[in-house]
Design a protein around this ligand. Structure first.
Ligand SMILES: Cc1ncc(COP(=O)(O)O)c(C=O)c1O
Length: 424
């Protein structure tokens, strides 16, 4: 947090006193925010959103010359899915039914297993969905959530906010950040021995900040563990499109559990998806959904009640979430160009991940695992004894000391590993 505050201050200084620094811009590597680093939005998604925003241009002849036919057709379809075509009205608190239908169809196409639109809750990005689930799962400080460490801080913050206990499960750096069931079981038992009721296991796949893509066998073992221990499996799958290693494939936990023969009676599963990541990178549009499979009718009613406190999520985010799950199809005018944009962005992300990993591994005292997916690298940096002593003398964690100096010397914003709970 301190690094973010310092970087904002520096950003202002660069504008007011550019000569005071050796760099001309701040490079924000502390957050997966692709469009802030120059990534361009995807044409098809933006065309549909633009038309939806001002539907009266849908009928104008000039529009045909500017916008592709399938974007126009899709905007009409979406307009027809909105009750009364009222584009500025509140929607159903769970999200517009027609858009949830599109998402369910997209999930079904991808996985080959049925998806129910009534299981889908559209949200302003994945973050509110995560808070919603934490609010529902945590009753007191005696309720715990098993989380992978290093951990994306949304989860530690949300658990703290809702007064629960974070039960850590350390990922194994030496084996490419694998999630071992033996470690999960050990931490579960330790937590139970302290009187904590562990309610859920969180898995982030592909991982943030560690970038690993779980092997299907590992996922099966995790599903089995949750079933045996009666844990809700919270599957953060926001990086599902961000897989860079040939031969590695994203499998959703729902697909894995269904392929093992388990249905909703056997395992409670919540999958989070977002428009902020993937190849779309539309972080500011605030769109996403959670697919909640299982839970009795009364629990579902509670989820709905919590969702309805905020009335509804924003309509543009809802539309975008449905579009990313139903992009142009073969035969659509935008199909080829859309795929070219998508592949261009994903291959650029993969290339840059590798370039950066190789660069890290060439630096003295630095090692770094490859990023199989997501948008991050998590290097290990061995600092000289002297630097550690100086950091300690200023009561600063050595990694935070390193990041602060990196920022002031170069304008590059990194996050200290300790911010993710990593052991130093
Ligand atoms: C693993 C993970 N989950 C959730 C989120 C939150 O995304 P959103 O923008 O959809 O709230 C992020 C954002 O970086 C993330 O990395």
């Amino acid at each position: 947090m301190l690094i973010c505050i310092s970087s904002n201050k520096l950003q202002q200084e660069i504008q007011t006193k550019p000569e005071a620094h050796l760099f001309e811009e701040i490079l924000y590597c502390n957050i997966g925010n692709p469009q802030s680093l120059g990534q361009q939005p995807i044409t098809f998604f933006r065309e549909v959103l633009a038309l939806f925003d001002h539907p009266s241009i849908l009928d104008k002849s000039e529009t045909q010359g500017l916008i592709s036919a399938d974007s126009i057709e899709r905007a009409w379809q979406i307009l027809d899915q909105i009750p009364g075509r009222a584009t500025g009205a509140y929607s159903h608190s769970q999200g517009i039914k027609g858009l949830r239908d599109n998402i369910a169809a997209g999930i079904e196409d991808r996985e080959g297993f049925p998806a129910d639109p009534n299981d889908i809750f559209l949200t302003d990005g994945a973050s509110p969905a995560v808070h919603m689930m934490m609010q529902l799962l945590i009753r007191s400080e005696k309720d715990g959530i098993l989380c992978p460490i290093p951990l994306y801080p949304l989860y530690s913050a949300s658990i703290a906010l809702h007064g629960g206990a974070l039960v850590p499960c350390y990922l194994d750096e030496a084996t490419g950040w694998g999630l071992k069931v033996s470690e999960l079981r050990k931490q579960l038992e330790t937590a139970r021995s302290k009187g904590i009721t562990v309610r859920a296991l969180l898995v982030i796949n592909p991982g943030n900040p560690t970038g690993q893509v779980l092997a299907e066998e590992n996922q099966k073992a995790i599903v089995e563990f949750c079933k045996q221990e009666g844990l809700v499996l919270l599957a953060d799958e926001v990086y599902q499109e961000n897989v860079y290693v040939p031969g590695r494939k994203f499998h959703s936990f729902k697909k894995v559990s269904r392929s093992m023969g388990y249905d909703e009676k056997d395992i409670s599963l919540v999958s989070f998806q977002s428009v902020s990541k993937g190849y779309y990178g539309e972080c500011g549009k605030r769109g996403g959904y959670m697919e909640v499979t299982v839970f009795s009718a009364d629990v579902r009613e509670q989820i709905y009640k919590v969702a309805s406190v905020n009335l509804c999520s924003n309509i543009f985010g809802q539309i975008l979430a449905s579009l990313v799950m139903s992009p142009p199809r073969v035969g659509d005018e935008s199909y080829e160009s859309h795929n070219a944009e998508r592949d261009g962005i994903l291959s650029s992300l993969a290339r840059r991940a590798k370039t950066l990993k190789d660069a890290f591994n060439k630096l003295e005292g630095v090692t770094c695992n490859k990023a199989e997916g997501a948008m991050y690298l998590f290097p290990r940096i061995c600092q000289p004894e002297k630097a550690i002593k100086v950091a300690e003398a200023t009561k600063t964690a050595p990694d935070a000391f390193y990041c602060r100096h990196l920022l002031t010397a170069t304008g590059i914003v990194f996050v200290p590993g300790s911010g993710f709970g990593q052991v130093s």
